[in-house]
Design a protein around this ligand. Structure first.
Ligand code: ADP
Ligand code: MG
Length: 216
């Protein structure tokens, strides 16, 4: 059997960035869960994929290069069965390829990775979502990160407090495992820059919803 790391190297070989569906596959290779997802390039396919995921779904443009999809009006949440056709028509004017995802609930967390010329690979953890730039509660750790340090990052960034507020029972261990996996992935694949934004954390686990990866 192929070791996970070999299939990851195969997937990223020669690429400058990953397309959304490639990034989702890379997450899965590293044991990071994703929402149920599929790609559609026609109305019929969109209907079929959305039916197999279950409603409501989230539909979003699937560009070849990472872009800020919300800014391009390229993300539609809460899509019900009778809306799939219209939403596909609307989004396919921007990109023919559309990603359809299971709609998740939970806390939106940001996990980033950068390669710093001085410090080497660094992992960033903070609040996620479309306001990540304004929230500024990011904590930093150097790769490789192990459990104790991952826990510290969650304390420092206040994510621990947000996860445990109001007895939500969100799965903090899954988040810790995800941070450790990202810290390993950026070194393994010599990633220049990546973001998971958001990673949804809920009672079922941690799920990478939107992933951007840049190589040299
Ligand atoms: P971008 O960051 O390029 O604008 P995202 O895929 O991150 O696009 O989507 C923007 C926002 O839409 C997310 O921060 C989240 O609030 C919401 N969203 C996107 N996908 C999902 C999903 N599968 N389930 C629930 N909410 C989602
Ligand atoms: Mg995003």
């Amino acid at each position: 059997t192929v070791q996970p790391i070999e299939s990851a190297i195969e997937l990223v070989k020669g690429k400058k960035t990953l397309k959304d569906y490639e990034a989702m596959k890379l997450m899965e290779i590293y044991g990071i869960r994703t929402p149920k997802w599929g790609i559609a390039e026609s109305v019929e396919e969109a209907q079929r994929v959305a039916d197999s995921i279950g409603y409501p779904v989230v539909m979003k443009i699937s560009p070849d290069e990472p872009v800020h999809k919300t800014e391009m009006k390229g993300v539609v949440v809460n899509v019900e069965k009778d809306q799939v056709k219209d939403v596909y028509s609307q989004l396919s004017k921007i990109t023919k390829r559309v990603m359809i995802q299971e709609q998740l609930n939970g806390l939106e967390v940001y996990i980033g990775g950068i390669r710093d010329p001085v410090f080497g690979h660094v992992v960033l953890v903070g609040s996620g979502g479309i306001y990540v730039e304004v929230l500024k509660n990011v904590a930093y750790g150097l790769s490789p990160i192990y459990e104790d340090e991952a826990q510290e990052l969650l304390m420092e960034s206040k994510i621990h407090a947000m996860l445990t507020a109001r007895k939500r029972g969100y799965d903090e261990n899954s988040l810790i495992r995800t941070i450790i996996s990202v810290s390993r992935m950026i070194v393994d694949l010599n990633i220049r820059e990546m973001d998971i934004n958001p990673l949804f954390v809920n009672e079922r686990g941690a799920f990478a919803v939107d992933v951007r990866i840049v190589f040299d």
